[in-house]
Structures are given as structure tokens and as C-alpha cells.
Design a protein around this ligand. Structure first.
Ligand code: BGC
Length: 514
């Protein structure tokens, strides 16, 4: 999951005497490498699958098809095996995250991060040394297991270590790290394809080991969070740790709140059964709809396959990889725009603006491709038009990166009350990974069959999700978590699901209040 913070945002805990200690800063940097690795894995596969030596070695059929004259452009990369290389990571991540959540709860955040890091390292090594497709896919599966564990533990770790008032901002920073990871992969692919001898792809795949190594070594040296120590009954240790990370002895208020919060969350016996109750219908719908819609924007078509897509529309290898670097850069910069504006302009404004911008750019891309390639997909784009397409893709990526990208993670983290938070968050993460998998697996055959209509398909979904946000999502800007029920209650549609005398199932401890 990218940036799935479980902690509430807002101004809670502002009375605590917390300093941003160097210690906390370092732990945050180390653990944020989790986001970096996730992004790197998202970005790296598209680049290597567009490199000739890689295709020739592992996917000779695709390579031959690509070189054939009069080949339908839209279908030249269509191969289930090739997509499995990309998508296997996400299905493995999905399955691993079910186990990771239990390990994280029972043994602490640190063992999960360590396990995730080691799995990443082995995966990167197997991928870099791959001799056949089986090794490639086994490597991707191990990376996926790493993603499942790291993405469960790292955001939790970050949100528990950071002073409460910084939690919201850190949520968005995790997404920023993901985009930086994607950009790093694009840049490295651009560099390694120039290596003579055709083994540049090995370097690209093996370099995933660098952030993985930082995370593993870091996790060895990192302490576990006070929250996790309390959860596992080590109260004295937790108190000491809190003093250390907050840089003060005056931690009693926060410590007591943590203990209360831990007891309250233990009192929630059946979070998954809870979330099925009628009063949580709006939350359940959002936990499923938001990640589903985020993936149906089609963003990962660009993130996974940008170089392949650019090659499809007639770019040379070099130009394709360079264009991917450009879209990667736009992705990072636009995420920054979101970080700085989300608390001023609000979530809904960004969702709607992003939606309109994505819709328009997708429609124009479809029209251009339709006109230039026709439906048999023969021919290629002229240079001028190809540049226009790259610009349009950048406009689309920017729109995603300041709307659905970070908000797809931020909004769910703000709307779940404590008694269903863990369940809501795991549904959110699982649905996200599931549809990431589906899109990764379906994109190349979809491109082959829908042709330029693929962009219309995603544009249609963008329309649906924008209408959904407009009519069904309440604005959450500046609303403290425990006042969210009021926002649902006064909503024209969701109001009917919230009982008149709504009381949370458990007494909310101060730590979760704004
Ligand atoms: C999404 C990823 C996507 C990334 C792109 C994230 O929010 O969950 O699927 O690849 O943004 O920056």
C-alpha cells in the first residue's frame, strides 16, 4: 500500500510536549525507504520490458512480434507471460499483507520491516541474476511479499513515531516517496539501457536492493514503537522509548493516552464484523470505492507501461525511456502541489479538478491515436504529434498526482472511527493491491483489443468517480476524526445510515481526538 497511514490526522495531541528529535527524523527517513522501494518496483518493470535484450532473452515471441513489419501497433506487446512478470508482485503483496497484519500486531513493527527488507533483498538478487522466466517471476513474488510486509509495517511505524501533529503530513510524504521511487526507476532504466552487452536490465532489477538494504539494516537498528510495546505489555520500556523519541521527560499525558488507546483497540473484538453494521455503510463503501476508483483512473498503465506505451506509438527505445523519466518527474512535482494545497483548498476541490483534467486529456489522447493509427493500428505517429501525446500524458499524470494519488490514501485514513479503523484500512489496502494486479494483468490485452478506445474506457471511469465524489463524499478538510459522524449525519444520502443517537462502540481515548 502506498501511504496507508492508520493514524488520524488533525491537530490531536497538540498539548503534548513533543519535539521533532533527530532520532525521530532518522527513523522516519529509514522507514520511508519502504515507500521508495514500493515506487521503485512500480516503475522498474515497464522500462526493462521495453529493452530489446531483455525481451529477446525472456520473451522471444514478443520480441519477434515487435519486429514484424505491418504489425498491429496496439498488439505488439500483448503476452500474458509478459504481464505476469509485472503483475505477480501485486498478487503476492495482497496475499502477504494478510499475514503481515497479524505479524505486525503480535511481534511488533520492527520484525515485519525486517522480514519485508530481507524478502526484498532476495527478490532483487534473484531478479538481477535471472536466467529464465521462472527466476524472474519468483523474484517478483518475493518483492511482492516484501511490499506486503513493508507496506503494512512502515506507515504504521512512521505514524506512531512521529509527533501527532505531523501525522497527516507524513501520510502524504509516504506517497511522495513512492513517486520518487518511480522516478528513480525511470532514471536508472534510462541509464542502464545504454550499457553495452545487453545486461543493463540486470542492473535495473538488482538496484532495488539498495533501498531494500537501507531498510533492512535500518530496521535492525531501529527500536520498536511505544505503541507496539504497550500493545505487547512492555510498559516500562514504552515509557522510556517515548521519552527518548520525544526528547523530553514530560510524556505522561501522551503515554496515558497511548495506554488508553491500546485498551480501547483491544476492546474492539470483531472489527470486520463491526464494519458490516448498517451505521458503517458509508465507511465500508468508501473503503472499497476509493481504492477501486484510484486504480480505474488508469494511472498504472502509465506507471507500469509508459515506455512500452511510448514504443507502441512509435518512439525509439531511448526516447520511450526518456519520456518515462519526464512523466515520472511530473508525478513527483505534482504530488508536492497536493501536499502544500490539500489543507487549503480541500479534498473535494482537488478530486474534481483532477477528474476534469484527467478526463479531457484522456479524450484528446484517444482522438489523436484513433486518427493517426486507425483501428487496425498500422502506422506510427509523426514526431510533432508524438510530442503532443507525451505532453497530454504529463497533464494527465499531474492531475492524478495532485488528486487521486495522495487522496486515495489520505481520505480513507481520515474517515474511519477507531472501532473500525484497522478493518477499514486493510480493506482499503487489499482492494488497492487487487485492482493494481487486475490492471497490470489486463492492460496489454486491453490495449490490443480496445486500441485507442482504452483511453475512452478510463475516461468513462473518471467521469463516474468524479460524480461519485461530487455526490457521495463529504468534505473532510479540517474535520477532527471524532466529529466525522456529524459530517455523515448531515449528508443528504448517508445521513439515513447514521442512527440518531450515534455513539461510537468504544469510548474514544483522547489520543484519537483532535
Ligand atoms: C497508487 C499507485 C500508483 C502511484 C503512482 C499511488 O497512490 O496507489 O498504484 O502507482 O500512486 O504515483
Amino acid at each position: 500500500m502506498a501511504g496507508g497511514f492508520v493514524a488520524p490526522t488533525g491537530a490531536q495531541g497538540q498539548n503534548y510536549k513533543a519535539k521533532m528529535t533527530t532520532f525521530v527524523l532518522i527513523t522516519c527517513i529509514v522507514s520511508a525507504t519502504g515507500g521508495l522501494i514500493f515506487g521503485y518496483d512500480i516503475g522498474v518493470s515497464g522500462g526493462v520490458t521495453s529493452m530489446d535484450p531483455f525481451l529477446k532473452k525472456f520473451f522471444p515471441k514478443v520480441f519477434r512480434k515487435m519486429k514484424e513489419a505491418h504489425q498491429n501497433q496496439y498488439c505488439k506487446f500483448d503476452s500474458q507471460l509478459l504481464t505476469t512478470f509485472t503483475s505477480s508482485l501485486y498478487i503476492a503483496g495482497l496475499i502477504a499483507s494478510f499475514f503481515a497484519s497479524a505479524v505486525t500486531r503480535m511481534f511488533g513493527r520492527k520484525p515485519s520491516m525486517l522480514f519485508g527488507g530481507v524478502s526484498f533483498l532476495i527478490g532483487a538478487a534473484i531478479n538481477g541474476a535471472a536466467k529464465d522466466v521462472a527466476m524472474l517471476i519468483i523474484g517478483r513474488i518475493l518483492l511482492g511479499v516484501g511490499v506486503g510486509f513493508a507496506n503494512q509495517a512502515v506507515p504504521l511505524y512512521l505514524s506512531e513515531m512521529a509527533p501527532p501533529r505531523l501525522r497527516g503530513g507524513l501520510n502524504m510524504c509516504f506517497q511522495l516517496m513512492v513517486t520518487i521511487g518511480i522516478l528513480a526507476a525511470n532514471l536508472i532504466n534510462y541509464g542502464t539501457q545504454k550499457i553495452h552487452g545487453g545486461w543493463g536490465w540486470r542492473v535495473s532489477l538488482a538496484l532495488a536492493a539498495v533501498p531494500a538494504g537501507i531498510m533492512t539494516v535500518g530496521a535492525l537498528g531501529l527500536p520498536d514503537t511505544p505503541n507496539s510495546m504497550i500493545e505487547r505489555g512492555h510498559h516500562d520500556k514504552a515509557r522510556n522509548m517515548l521519552q527518548k523519541i520525544r526528547g523530553t521527560h514530560e510524556i505522561e499525558a501522551e503515554y496515558n493516552d497511548l495506554v488508553e488507546a491500546s485498551e480501547a483497540s483491544k476492546a474492539v473484538k470483531h472489527p470486520f464484523r463491526n464494519i458490516l453494521q448498517r451505521q458503517y455503510r458509508p465507511h465500508l463503501v468508501m473503503a472499497i470505492a476509493i481504492p477501486f476508483f484510484q486504480q480505474l483512473t488508469g494511472i498504472n498503465v502509465i506507471m507500469f507501461y509508459a515506455p512500452v506505451l511510448f514504443k507502441t506509438i512509435g518512439f525509439a527505445s531511448n526516447a520511450s525511456l526518456l519520456s518515462a523519466v519526464i512523466t515520472g518527474l511530473v508525478n513527483v512535482l505534482a504530488t508536492l502541489v497536493s501536499i502544500f494545497s490539500v489543507d487549503k483548498v480541500g479534498r473535494k476541490f482537488l478530486f474534481m479538478e483532477g477528474g476534469v483534467q484527467m478526463f479531457i486529456s484522456q479524450i484528446i489522447i484517444a482522438i489523436i491515436l484513433g486518427k493517426e493509427f486507425g483501428s487496425n493500428g498500422e502506422g506510427s505517429l509523426g514526431k510533432g504529434i508524438a510530442i503532443v501525446v507525451v505532453i497530454l500524458i504529463c497533464i494527465y499524470v499531474a492531475a492524478f498526482a495532485w488528486s487521486w494519488g495522495p487522496l486515495g490514501w489520505l481520505v480513507p485514513s481520515e474517515i474511519f472511527p477507531l472501532e473500525i479503523r484497522s478493518a477499514g484500512q486493510s480493506i482499503n489496502v487489499s482492494v488497492n493491491l487487487l485492482f493494481t494486479f487486475v490492471i497490470a494483468q489486463a492492460f496489454l490485452p486491453m490495449l490490443c483489443h480496445f486500441k485507442f478506445g482504452l483511453f475512452l474506457f478510463f475516461a468513462g471511469w473518471v467521469l463516474v468517480m468524479s460524480a461519485f465524489v461530487h455526490f457521495l463524499l463529504p468534505e473532510t478538510k479540517g474535520i477532527p476524526i471524532e466529529e466525522m459522524p456529524l459530517a455523515w449525519k448531515s449528508h443528504w444520502y448517508w445521513g439515513r445510515f447514521i442512527p440518531e443517537d450515534y455513539r461510537p462502540d468504544v469510548e474514544l481515548p483522547k489520543a484519537t481526538k483532535a
